[in-house]
Design a protein around this ligand. Structure first.
Ligand code: SF4
Length: 465
Protein backbone atom coordinates (compact mmCIF):
# COMPACT_ATOMS: atom_id res chain seq x y z
CA UNK A 1 0.00 0.00 0.00
CA UNK A 2 1.23 3.52 -0.71
CA UNK A 3 1.42 5.64 2.43
CA UNK A 4 2.28 9.31 2.83
CA UNK A 5 5.65 10.15 4.39
CA UNK A 6 4.92 10.39 8.13
CA UNK A 7 6.25 13.89 8.58
CA UNK A 8 4.54 15.28 5.54
CA UNK A 9 0.95 14.11 6.08
CA UNK A 10 -1.56 16.03 4.02
CA UNK A 11 0.85 17.03 1.30
CA UNK A 12 2.81 15.06 -1.22
CA UNK A 13 6.43 16.22 -1.33
CA UNK A 14 7.77 16.53 -4.85
CA UNK A 15 11.12 15.01 -5.66
CA UNK A 16 13.36 15.91 -8.59
CA UNK A 17 16.20 13.48 -9.39
CA UNK A 18 18.95 14.42 -11.82
CA UNK A 19 20.98 11.45 -13.06
CA UNK A 20 24.59 11.58 -14.24
CA UNK A 21 26.63 8.77 -15.80
CA UNK A 22 25.93 5.22 -16.87
CA UNK A 23 22.91 2.91 -17.26
CA UNK A 24 23.50 1.54 -13.78
CA UNK A 25 22.83 5.02 -12.41
CA UNK A 26 19.70 5.37 -14.53
CA UNK A 27 18.45 2.10 -13.09
CA UNK A 28 19.29 3.21 -9.52
CA UNK A 29 17.26 6.36 -10.15
CA UNK A 30 14.35 4.21 -11.33
CA UNK A 31 14.59 2.00 -8.22
CA UNK A 32 14.70 5.10 -5.99
CA UNK A 33 11.66 6.58 -7.72
CA UNK A 34 9.85 3.30 -7.02
CA UNK A 35 10.72 3.23 -3.32
CA UNK A 36 9.82 6.92 -2.91
CA UNK A 37 6.52 6.50 -4.79
CA UNK A 38 5.60 3.63 -2.45
CA UNK A 39 6.00 6.06 0.45
CA UNK A 40 3.75 8.70 -1.10
CA UNK A 41 6.25 11.04 -2.71
CA UNK A 42 5.38 12.62 -6.03
CA UNK A 43 7.78 13.85 -8.68
CA UNK A 44 8.51 17.30 -10.12
CA UNK A 45 9.30 17.83 -13.81
CA UNK A 46 11.40 20.86 -12.98
CA UNK A 47 13.87 21.32 -10.10
CA UNK A 48 12.32 24.73 -9.33
CA UNK A 49 9.06 23.01 -8.36
CA UNK A 50 10.70 20.41 -6.10
CA UNK A 51 10.74 20.04 -2.31
CA UNK A 52 13.60 17.54 -2.56
CA UNK A 53 16.41 17.69 -5.14
CA UNK A 54 18.62 14.61 -5.47
CA UNK A 55 21.69 14.37 -7.69
CA UNK A 56 22.52 10.76 -8.58
CA UNK A 57 26.19 11.10 -9.39
CA UNK A 58 29.03 9.56 -11.38
CA UNK A 59 32.64 9.26 -10.24
CA UNK A 60 34.23 7.73 -13.29
CA UNK A 61 36.28 10.84 -14.02
CA UNK A 62 37.45 13.74 -11.83
CA UNK A 63 35.63 15.99 -14.31
CA UNK A 64 32.28 14.30 -13.57
CA UNK A 65 32.68 15.12 -9.87
CA UNK A 66 33.65 18.74 -10.61
CA UNK A 67 30.44 19.06 -12.61
CA UNK A 68 28.36 17.94 -9.63
CA UNK A 69 30.18 20.30 -7.25
CA UNK A 70 29.49 23.16 -9.62
CA UNK A 71 25.80 22.20 -9.79
CA UNK A 72 25.65 21.99 -5.99
CA UNK A 73 27.21 25.46 -5.86
CA UNK A 74 24.40 26.88 -8.01
CA UNK A 75 21.76 25.13 -5.91
CA UNK A 76 22.92 27.07 -2.86
CA UNK A 77 20.91 30.09 -4.08
CA UNK A 78 17.78 28.00 -4.47
CA UNK A 79 18.29 26.71 -0.93
CA UNK A 80 18.69 30.27 0.37
CA UNK A 81 15.39 31.22 -1.23
CA UNK A 82 13.72 28.07 0.15
CA UNK A 83 15.43 26.86 3.36
CA UNK A 84 12.97 23.92 3.57
CA UNK A 85 14.38 22.46 0.37
CA UNK A 86 16.17 19.13 0.94
CA UNK A 87 19.30 18.64 -1.13
CA UNK A 88 20.87 15.20 -1.50
CA UNK A 89 23.88 13.67 -3.27
CA UNK A 90 23.47 9.99 -4.17
CA UNK A 91 25.55 7.28 -5.79
CA UNK A 92 29.20 6.88 -6.72
CA UNK A 93 30.43 10.37 -5.86
CA UNK A 94 28.59 10.25 -2.51
CA UNK A 95 30.35 6.96 -1.78
CA UNK A 96 33.71 8.28 -2.93
CA UNK A 97 33.69 11.76 -1.36
CA UNK A 98 31.52 11.09 1.74
CA UNK A 99 31.91 13.73 4.46
CA UNK A 100 33.99 15.96 2.15
CA UNK A 101 30.78 16.93 0.37
CA UNK A 102 29.36 18.46 3.57
CA UNK A 103 32.63 20.32 4.15
CA UNK A 104 32.65 21.86 0.68
CA UNK A 105 28.89 22.25 0.38
CA UNK A 106 27.42 22.78 3.87
CA UNK A 107 23.94 23.42 2.42
CA UNK A 108 23.68 19.73 1.35
CA UNK A 109 21.39 17.70 3.65
CA UNK A 110 22.05 14.13 2.54
CA UNK A 111 24.99 12.10 1.23
CA UNK A 112 23.74 8.62 0.31
CA UNK A 113 26.13 5.98 -1.11
CA UNK A 114 25.69 3.23 -3.67
CA UNK A 115 24.40 0.64 -1.20
CA UNK A 116 21.86 2.80 0.62
CA UNK A 117 19.37 3.72 -2.11
CA UNK A 118 16.58 1.61 -0.70
CA UNK A 119 16.76 3.57 2.58
CA UNK A 120 16.07 6.89 0.85
CA UNK A 121 12.49 7.41 2.13
CA UNK A 122 13.55 6.84 5.77
CA UNK A 123 16.62 9.05 5.36
CA UNK A 124 14.55 11.92 3.94
CA UNK A 125 12.02 11.60 6.75
CA UNK A 126 14.77 11.72 9.37
CA UNK A 127 16.15 14.90 7.80
CA UNK A 128 12.70 16.52 7.85
CA UNK A 129 12.20 15.56 11.49
CA UNK A 130 15.65 16.43 12.83
CA UNK A 131 16.83 19.06 10.34
CA UNK A 132 20.28 17.43 10.60
CA UNK A 133 22.66 16.38 7.84
CA UNK A 134 22.85 12.63 7.23
CA UNK A 135 25.81 10.69 5.87
CA UNK A 136 24.78 7.17 4.73
CA UNK A 137 27.63 5.34 3.01
CA UNK A 138 27.64 1.90 4.60
CA UNK A 139 30.25 -0.12 2.67
CA UNK A 140 28.89 -3.52 3.67
CA UNK A 141 25.21 -2.59 3.48
CA UNK A 142 23.09 -5.16 1.65
CA UNK A 143 21.76 -3.85 -1.63
CA UNK A 144 18.00 -4.12 -1.85
CA UNK A 145 16.76 -4.65 -5.41
CA UNK A 146 13.02 -4.41 -4.65
CA UNK A 147 11.36 -2.73 -7.54
CA UNK A 148 8.03 -1.09 -8.30
CA UNK A 149 7.69 -2.40 -11.86
CA UNK A 150 5.23 0.29 -12.84
CA UNK A 151 7.77 3.05 -12.15
CA UNK A 152 10.01 3.19 -15.20
CA UNK A 153 11.06 5.58 -17.91
CA UNK A 154 10.22 3.36 -20.87
CA UNK A 155 7.07 1.28 -21.08
CA UNK A 156 8.50 -1.36 -23.43
CA UNK A 157 12.12 -1.58 -22.43
CA UNK A 158 13.75 -1.88 -18.99
CA UNK A 159 17.13 -2.38 -17.34
CA UNK A 160 17.44 -5.19 -14.80
CA UNK A 161 20.39 -5.35 -12.45
CA UNK A 162 21.76 -8.90 -12.19
CA UNK A 163 24.88 -8.09 -10.22
CA UNK A 164 26.58 -5.23 -8.46
CA UNK A 165 30.17 -4.21 -7.90
CA UNK A 166 33.38 -5.38 -9.52
CA UNK A 167 36.39 -7.41 -8.35
CA UNK A 168 38.67 -6.57 -11.25
CA UNK A 169 40.47 -3.39 -10.20
CA UNK A 170 41.54 -2.30 -13.67
CA UNK A 171 44.25 0.23 -12.90
CA UNK A 172 42.42 3.28 -14.34
CA UNK A 173 38.98 2.56 -12.86
CA UNK A 174 37.30 3.86 -9.70
CA UNK A 175 34.26 1.54 -9.89
CA UNK A 176 35.45 -1.22 -7.49
CA UNK A 177 36.13 1.46 -4.86
CA UNK A 178 32.70 3.08 -5.13
CA UNK A 179 30.49 0.11 -6.03
CA UNK A 180 32.18 -2.47 -3.81
CA UNK A 181 32.81 -6.19 -4.33
CA UNK A 182 30.93 -8.29 -6.85
CA UNK A 183 27.58 -9.57 -5.73
CA UNK A 184 25.18 -11.63 -7.92
CA UNK A 185 21.42 -11.70 -7.42
CA UNK A 186 19.66 -15.05 -7.35
CA UNK A 187 18.15 -16.42 -10.57
CA UNK A 188 14.72 -16.63 -8.90
CA UNK A 189 14.73 -12.94 -7.95
CA UNK A 190 15.75 -11.90 -11.45
CA UNK A 191 13.18 -14.16 -13.15
CA UNK A 192 10.43 -12.84 -10.85
CA UNK A 193 11.37 -9.24 -11.60
CA UNK A 194 11.43 -9.85 -15.36
CA UNK A 195 8.04 -11.63 -15.25
CA UNK A 196 6.63 -8.63 -13.37
CA UNK A 197 8.01 -6.25 -15.99
CA UNK A 198 6.64 -8.33 -18.87
CA UNK A 199 3.20 -8.53 -17.20
CA UNK A 200 3.34 -4.73 -17.12
CA UNK A 201 3.94 -4.48 -20.87
CA UNK A 202 7.73 -4.67 -21.12
CA UNK A 203 9.04 -6.35 -24.30
CA UNK A 204 12.77 -5.88 -23.98
CA UNK A 205 15.16 -6.13 -21.05
CA UNK A 206 18.82 -5.29 -20.68
CA UNK A 207 20.61 -7.23 -17.96
CA UNK A 208 23.09 -4.92 -16.27
CA UNK A 209 26.29 -5.47 -14.37
CA UNK A 210 29.81 -4.04 -14.36
CA UNK A 211 31.01 -7.43 -15.55
CA UNK A 212 28.00 -9.60 -16.46
CA UNK A 213 30.16 -12.46 -17.73
CA UNK A 214 31.15 -13.33 -14.18
CA UNK A 215 27.51 -13.44 -13.06
CA UNK A 216 26.88 -16.34 -10.66
CA UNK A 217 30.09 -16.06 -8.65
CA UNK A 218 29.19 -16.74 -5.03
CA UNK A 219 25.80 -18.31 -5.79
CA UNK A 220 25.11 -21.95 -4.90
CA UNK A 221 25.49 -24.52 -7.68
CA UNK A 222 26.67 -23.89 -11.21
CA UNK A 223 25.00 -20.61 -12.06
CA UNK A 224 26.35 -18.59 -14.99
CA UNK A 225 25.15 -15.87 -17.31
CA UNK A 226 24.37 -18.64 -19.83
CA UNK A 227 22.13 -20.52 -17.37
CA UNK A 228 20.38 -17.26 -16.47
CA UNK A 229 19.73 -16.48 -20.15
CA UNK A 230 18.23 -19.98 -20.57
CA UNK A 231 15.84 -19.32 -17.64
CA UNK A 232 14.74 -15.95 -19.00
CA UNK A 233 14.36 -16.77 -22.68
CA UNK A 234 11.13 -18.83 -22.38
CA UNK A 235 9.21 -16.07 -20.55
CA UNK A 236 6.05 -15.53 -22.58
CA UNK A 237 5.86 -12.00 -24.04
CA UNK A 238 9.55 -11.21 -23.56
CA UNK A 239 10.79 -10.48 -27.07
CA UNK A 240 14.37 -9.31 -26.57
CA UNK A 241 17.14 -9.84 -24.04
CA UNK A 242 20.38 -7.82 -24.06
CA UNK A 243 23.21 -7.89 -21.52
CA UNK A 244 26.11 -5.56 -20.75
CA UNK A 245 28.96 -5.02 -20.04
CA UNK A 246 31.02 -8.07 -21.08
CA UNK A 247 34.60 -8.48 -19.89
CA UNK A 248 36.83 -10.36 -22.35
CA UNK A 249 38.59 -12.31 -19.60
CA UNK A 250 35.27 -13.85 -18.44
CA UNK A 251 33.60 -14.38 -21.82
CA UNK A 252 33.00 -18.08 -22.52
CA UNK A 253 31.89 -20.33 -25.38
CA UNK A 254 28.95 -21.35 -23.16
CA UNK A 255 27.67 -17.74 -23.07
CA UNK A 256 28.11 -17.28 -26.82
CA UNK A 257 26.30 -20.56 -27.51
CA UNK A 258 23.38 -19.36 -25.41
CA UNK A 259 23.31 -16.13 -27.46
CA UNK A 260 23.39 -18.16 -30.67
CA UNK A 261 20.71 -20.66 -29.66
CA UNK A 262 18.12 -18.65 -27.72
CA UNK A 263 15.68 -16.78 -29.95
CA UNK A 264 15.09 -13.94 -27.48
CA UNK A 265 18.75 -13.16 -26.81
CA UNK A 266 19.93 -10.42 -29.17
CA UNK A 267 22.98 -10.62 -31.41
CA UNK A 268 24.82 -7.75 -29.76
CA UNK A 269 27.93 -7.74 -27.62
CA UNK A 270 29.33 -4.76 -25.74
CA UNK A 271 32.83 -5.99 -24.98
CA UNK A 272 35.42 -3.28 -24.24
CA UNK A 273 38.89 -3.93 -25.70
CA UNK A 274 40.51 -0.75 -24.27
CA UNK A 275 43.79 -1.24 -26.18
CA UNK A 276 45.35 -3.40 -28.89
CA UNK A 277 48.76 -3.41 -27.22
CA UNK A 278 49.57 -6.21 -24.77
CA UNK A 279 52.02 -3.95 -22.96
CA UNK A 280 49.27 -1.38 -22.31
CA UNK A 281 46.65 -4.03 -21.47
CA UNK A 282 49.02 -5.32 -18.81
CA UNK A 283 49.51 -1.84 -17.37
CA UNK A 284 45.72 -1.46 -17.37
CA UNK A 285 45.46 -4.80 -15.50
CA UNK A 286 42.90 -6.08 -17.98
CA UNK A 287 44.02 -9.74 -17.69
CA UNK A 288 43.75 -10.67 -21.39
CA UNK A 289 45.82 -10.16 -24.51
CA UNK A 290 44.91 -8.60 -27.78
CA UNK A 291 45.13 -12.09 -29.40
CA UNK A 292 42.59 -13.44 -26.90
CA UNK A 293 40.23 -10.56 -27.68
CA UNK A 294 40.49 -11.35 -31.40
CA UNK A 295 39.81 -15.06 -30.75
CA UNK A 296 36.68 -14.18 -28.79
CA UNK A 297 35.40 -11.94 -31.57
CA UNK A 298 36.05 -14.69 -34.14
CA UNK A 299 34.27 -17.22 -31.92
CA UNK A 300 31.31 -14.85 -31.44
CA UNK A 301 31.02 -14.25 -35.20
CA UNK A 302 31.10 -17.97 -35.98
CA UNK A 303 28.63 -19.02 -33.26
CA UNK A 304 26.24 -16.06 -33.63
CA UNK A 305 25.72 -15.08 -37.28
CA UNK A 306 25.08 -11.35 -37.72
CA UNK A 307 26.36 -10.42 -34.26
CA UNK A 308 27.41 -6.78 -33.87
CA UNK A 309 30.14 -5.67 -31.56
CA UNK A 310 30.48 -2.49 -29.51
CA UNK A 311 33.87 -1.72 -28.00
CA UNK A 312 35.45 0.76 -25.61
CA UNK A 313 38.94 2.14 -26.20
CA UNK A 314 41.19 4.37 -24.10
CA UNK A 315 43.90 6.30 -25.93
CA UNK A 316 46.94 7.99 -24.40
CA UNK A 317 47.30 5.64 -21.42
CA UNK A 318 50.66 6.15 -19.59
CA UNK A 319 53.50 4.71 -21.65
CA UNK A 320 51.44 4.37 -24.86
CA UNK A 321 53.89 4.77 -27.76
CA UNK A 322 53.04 5.34 -31.41
CA UNK A 323 53.53 1.56 -31.96
CA UNK A 324 51.15 0.69 -29.12
CA UNK A 325 48.55 3.02 -30.58
CA UNK A 326 49.03 1.51 -34.05
CA UNK A 327 48.17 -1.88 -32.53
CA UNK A 328 44.91 -0.42 -31.22
CA UNK A 329 44.14 0.98 -34.67
CA UNK A 330 44.86 -2.43 -36.17
CA UNK A 331 42.65 -4.20 -33.63
CA UNK A 332 39.68 -1.94 -34.36
CA UNK A 333 40.29 -2.30 -38.08
CA UNK A 334 40.29 -6.10 -37.78
CA UNK A 335 37.37 -6.69 -35.42
CA UNK A 336 35.24 -3.94 -37.00
CA UNK A 337 33.09 -2.80 -34.09
CA UNK A 338 29.68 -1.45 -35.08
CA UNK A 339 30.28 1.41 -32.67
CA UNK A 340 32.82 2.29 -30.01
CA UNK A 341 33.10 4.48 -26.98
CA UNK A 342 36.50 6.16 -27.32
CA UNK A 343 38.08 8.08 -24.45
CA UNK A 344 41.26 10.04 -23.86
CA UNK A 345 42.99 8.82 -20.71
CA UNK A 346 42.91 11.15 -17.73
CA UNK A 347 44.19 10.09 -14.31
CA UNK A 348 41.44 9.29 -11.85
CA UNK A 349 42.28 10.18 -8.25
CA UNK A 350 42.16 7.09 -6.05
CA UNK A 351 43.11 4.56 -8.75
CA UNK A 352 46.43 2.76 -9.04
CA UNK A 353 47.17 4.17 -12.53
CA UNK A 354 47.84 7.55 -10.89
CA UNK A 355 51.17 6.04 -9.78
CA UNK A 356 52.18 5.88 -13.46
CA UNK A 357 53.53 8.97 -15.18
CA UNK A 358 50.85 10.49 -17.41
CA UNK A 359 53.45 10.97 -20.15
CA UNK A 360 51.38 11.18 -23.32
CA UNK A 361 50.89 14.88 -24.01
CA UNK A 362 47.37 16.24 -24.48
CA UNK A 363 47.95 17.09 -28.15
CA UNK A 364 48.92 13.47 -28.89
CA UNK A 365 45.92 12.14 -26.91
CA UNK A 366 43.63 14.42 -28.93
CA UNK A 367 45.14 13.38 -32.23
CA UNK A 368 44.93 9.62 -31.39
CA UNK A 369 41.37 10.11 -30.20
CA UNK A 370 40.45 11.75 -33.52
CA UNK A 371 42.18 9.05 -35.57
CA UNK A 372 40.24 6.31 -33.79
CA UNK A 373 36.95 8.23 -34.01
CA UNK A 374 37.46 8.71 -37.74
CA UNK A 375 38.27 5.03 -38.21
CA UNK A 376 35.18 4.00 -36.26
CA UNK A 377 33.04 6.37 -38.33
CA UNK A 378 34.37 4.84 -41.55
CA UNK A 379 33.72 1.28 -40.33
CA UNK A 380 30.20 2.11 -39.10
CA UNK A 381 29.38 3.84 -42.40
CA UNK A 382 30.62 0.84 -44.42
CA UNK A 383 28.84 -1.71 -42.21
CA UNK A 384 25.58 0.24 -42.37
CA UNK A 385 25.77 0.46 -46.19
CA UNK A 386 25.81 -3.34 -46.26
CA UNK A 387 22.32 -3.23 -44.74
CA UNK A 388 20.76 -1.40 -47.72
CA UNK A 389 18.01 -3.48 -49.31
CA UNK A 390 17.75 -5.76 -46.27
CA UNK A 391 14.74 -6.15 -44.02
CA UNK A 392 15.35 -5.77 -40.26
CA UNK A 393 13.16 -6.32 -37.22
CA UNK A 394 12.64 -3.06 -35.32
CA UNK A 395 11.13 -2.46 -31.89
CA UNK A 396 9.28 0.84 -32.36
CA UNK A 397 9.96 3.53 -29.74
CA UNK A 398 7.73 6.32 -31.11
CA UNK A 399 8.09 9.51 -33.12
CA UNK A 400 11.57 10.64 -34.08
CA UNK A 401 12.44 13.92 -32.34
CA UNK A 402 14.87 14.97 -35.06
CA UNK A 403 13.08 13.69 -38.19
CA UNK A 404 9.62 15.24 -38.25
CA UNK A 405 6.83 12.89 -39.30
CA UNK A 406 8.98 9.77 -39.03
CA UNK A 407 9.12 6.99 -36.44
CA UNK A 408 12.14 5.63 -34.63
CA UNK A 409 13.11 2.24 -33.19
CA UNK A 410 16.02 -0.16 -32.72
CA UNK A 411 17.16 -3.37 -34.34
CA UNK A 412 18.11 -6.46 -32.31
CA UNK A 413 21.72 -5.28 -32.69
CA UNK A 414 20.87 -1.97 -31.02
CA UNK A 415 21.06 0.10 -34.22
CA UNK A 416 18.82 3.13 -34.50
CA UNK A 417 16.33 2.99 -37.38
CA UNK A 418 14.31 5.98 -38.57
CA UNK A 419 11.48 5.04 -40.89
CA UNK A 420 8.58 6.48 -42.79
CA UNK A 421 5.13 5.84 -41.54
CA UNK A 422 2.90 3.83 -43.86
CA UNK A 423 0.94 5.84 -46.40
CA UNK A 424 -2.69 6.60 -45.66
CA UNK A 425 -2.34 6.22 -41.91
CA UNK A 426 -2.88 9.17 -39.65
CA UNK A 427 0.48 10.20 -38.15
CA UNK A 428 -0.50 10.51 -34.50
CA UNK A 429 -2.59 7.34 -34.70
CA UNK A 430 0.27 5.40 -36.22
CA UNK A 431 2.96 6.42 -33.79
CA UNK A 432 0.85 5.72 -30.76
CA UNK A 433 -0.42 2.39 -32.08
CA UNK A 434 2.98 1.20 -33.32
CA UNK A 435 5.00 2.12 -30.21
CA UNK A 436 6.23 -1.04 -28.50
CA UNK A 437 5.47 -3.21 -31.58
CA UNK A 438 7.92 -5.24 -33.62
CA UNK A 439 7.83 -4.37 -37.31
CA UNK A 440 9.95 -5.26 -40.33
CA UNK A 441 11.65 -2.31 -42.00
CA UNK A 442 13.38 -2.31 -45.35
CA UNK A 443 16.62 -0.31 -45.10
CA UNK A 444 17.12 2.15 -47.95
CA UNK A 445 19.74 4.59 -46.68
CA UNK A 446 22.12 5.15 -43.76
CA UNK A 447 24.73 7.31 -42.05
CA UNK A 448 27.39 6.05 -39.64
CA UNK A 449 24.93 6.23 -36.72
CA UNK A 450 21.49 5.69 -38.20
CA UNK A 451 19.69 3.38 -40.62
CA UNK A 452 16.79 4.81 -42.64
CA UNK A 453 14.01 2.70 -44.04
CA UNK A 454 10.40 2.16 -44.99
CA UNK A 455 7.62 0.21 -43.42
CA UNK A 456 6.04 -0.99 -46.66
CA UNK A 457 3.69 -3.89 -45.96
CA UNK A 458 1.52 -2.56 -43.26
CA UNK A 459 -1.75 -3.84 -41.88
CA UNK A 460 -3.37 -3.64 -38.48
CA UNK A 461 -3.07 -7.43 -38.18
CA UNK A 462 0.71 -7.19 -38.48
CA UNK A 463 0.77 -4.65 -35.70
CA UNK A 464 -0.76 -7.06 -33.22
CA UNK A 465 2.50 -8.83 -32.52
S1 SF4 B 1 35.98 -4.48 -15.17
FE1 SF4 B 1 37.59 -2.92 -14.90
S2 SF4 B 1 36.80 -1.15 -16.04
FE2 SF4 B 1 35.06 -2.52 -15.70
S3 SF4 B 1 34.12 -1.77 -13.78
FE3 SF4 B 1 35.56 -3.39 -13.22
S4 SF4 B 1 37.46 -2.33 -12.74
FE4 SF4 B 1 36.18 -0.89 -13.88
Amino acid sequence: MISKPKTMEGSSPRVYIKTFGCQMNKLDTELSIGSLAKRGYSFAEDENDADVILLNTCSVRDKAEHKVYSQLGSLRYQKERNPELILGVLGCMAQNEGEKIFKRMPHVNLVCGTRMFSKLPELLEKITESNKQILAIDEDGEVNFDRLVTQRQNQYSAFVSIMRGCDNYCSYCIVPYVRGREFSRSVTDIVDEVKGLVDDGCKEITLLGQNVNSYGKGLTGKVTLATLLRELDPIEGLERIHFLTSHPKDMTREILEAVGELPGVCEYLHMPAQSGSDKILKKMRRQYTSAHYRELVEMAKSIVPGIKLAGDFIVGFPGETEEDFEETVKLLNDVRCQNSFIFKYSPRTGTSATELIDDVIEETKKSRNNILLELQKRISTEENKKMHGKSVEVLVEGESKTNAGRLIGRTRQNQIVVFNQPEGINQAGTSSSLSGKLVNIEIVDSTDLTLFGDLRDFSFNEMAH
